[in-house]
Design a protein around this ligand. Structure first.
Ligand SMILES: *[C@@H]1O[C@H](CO)[C@@H](O)[C@H](O)[C@H]1NC(C)=O
Ligand SMILES: *[C@@H]1O[C@H](CO)[C@@H](O)[C@H](O)[C@H]1NC(C)=O
Ligand SMILES: *[C@@H]1O[C@H](CO)[C@@H](O)[C@H](O)[C@H]1NC(C)=O
Ligand SMILES: *[C@@H]1O[C@H](CO)[C@@H](O)[C@H](O)[C@H]1NC(C)=O
Ligand SMILES: *[C@@H]1O[C@H](CO)[C@@H](O)[C@H](O)[C@H]1NC(C)=O
Ligand SMILES: *[C@@H]1O[C@H](CO)[C@@H](O)[C@H](O)[C@H]1NC(C)=O
Ligand SMILES: *[C@@H]1O[C@H](CO)[C@@H](O)[C@H](O)[C@H]1NC(C)=O
Length: 278
């Protein structure tokens, strides 16, 4: 029987080989299939939005929110688009096995737990969109490894702890939207080194300490929002008059005091909001 089985298998393989050749290029990388399984198992999906996540191949059987590309002759998951799908539960660390992922989009769900540090292994990531959930825990330092990251949106969660200094290494990031969380500690002075940073939104957190004077060296910063924090009676750094690209500076209710620096050299500053300060 064993021998027969072996021969049978060889015959079948020989017949199918031409098809397999094509099929190999058309089925999703197996570790990514496993990763999607792990992601689904950690989520709660009361509306069964991911019901088709067990039918056929993720990339070729139209799994909800899964988008793929052929990279080096194999199908890889490049986007997870799962905004507003009534999902809760947690984001599994196995997400990092999606080694070609560019977009991780779980906006406007009810995810809990923390952002897994393994996310820092997905070097292809461009967009991390996790705003509007109930994520807590600390921001992983490892996010600072993401050299392709263009946008980090984690606003409107319950994330705690400091803004990692490692974010200064995000050489392609333009948008850091971290408002409406419970971040604490100082705004790291190193953030000025992010060469392309346009929007730094940290309002509605529990940040303290002085506003970093070094941010003035930020080369292209357009929007700085830090309202509703507690900068413990420090003043607005006079160096901020050097942020010539600034369009909006919003520092409402954040326990600043002292003189308002002369910002008249910032020709396009359209919004200067200092209400509720001293
Ligand atoms: C893929 O599934 C969506 C619903 O999940 C459906 O609207 C769409 O028509 C499907 N596309 C194909 C090619 O089957
Ligand atoms: C999410 O839940 C709301 C309220 O039950 C419902 O109206 C909406 O259609 C659901 N959306 C999805 C994508 O499941
Ligand atoms: C999240 O949970 C809250 C409270 O349980 C509920 O009101 C809200 O509709 C949920 N939102 C989504 C997108 O599931
Ligand atoms: C992924 O990240 C974790 C935690 O940051 C690390 O320990 C692990 O070595 C990484 N794995 C790979 C394959 O890079
Ligand atoms: C952020 O929090 C403030 C204060 O609680 C609130 O007024 C504001 O609407 C929130 N912003 C967003 C975008 O939810
Ligand atoms: C804000 O941070 C202070 C310490 O800096 C802490 O005592 C307080 O509980 C925090 N408040 C919130 C709402 O997280
Ligand atoms: C702001 O921080 C100071 C300590 O630095 C503290 O005494 C004060 O209570 C805080 N204010 C608010 C509104 O949290």
């Amino acid at each position: 029987m064993v021998t027969f089985g072996g021969i049978f298998c060889v015959v079948i393989l020989a017949v199918m080989l031409p098809c397999l050749d094509v099929a190999l290029g058309q089925s999703t990388d197996p570790s990514e299939v496993d990763a999607l399984g792990a992601i689904k198992r950690s989520l709660l999906d009361p509306m069964n939005n991911l019901e088709n996540w067990n039918r056929g191949d993720p990339c070729t059987s139209n799994w909800t929110g899964v988008f793929c590309h052929i990279i080096n002759d194999a199908l890889h998951v490049t986007e997870l688009q799962l905004f507003k799908r009534n999902l809760s539960g947690t984001l599994a660390p196995e997400v990092s096995l999606l080694s070609q992922l560019k977009t991780l989009d779980f906006m406007w769900n009810n995810l809990t737990g923390s952002i897994p540090k393994e996310i820092g292994n997905i070097t292809t990531l461009k967009l991390i969109l996790l705003n509007g959930n109930q994520l807590s825990g600390f921001l992983p330092d490892e996010i600072g490894n993401l050299q392709s990251l263009n946008r980090l949106q984690i606003d409107q969660n319950q994330i705690l702890g400091p803004i990692p200094k490692s974010f200064a290494n995000l050489r392609n990031v333009k948008h850091l939207h971290m408002n409406n969380n419970s971040l604490s500690g100082k705004i790291p002075s190193e953030l000025w080194r992010i060469p392309l940073l346009l929007h730094l939104l940290v309002d509605n957190n529990n940040l303290s300490g002085p506003l970093p004077t070094e941010l003035a060296k930020s080369p292209v910063l357009k929007i700085l929002q830090a309202d509703n924090n507690n900068f413990s009676g420090s003043s607005i750094p006079s160096t901020y008059s050097n942020i010539k690209t600034l369009l909006k500076l919003s520092l409402r209710n954040c326990n600043l005091q002292g003189a308002i620096p002369d910002l008249s050299a910032i020709s396009e500053l359209g919004y200067l909001i200092l209400a509720g300060t001293n």
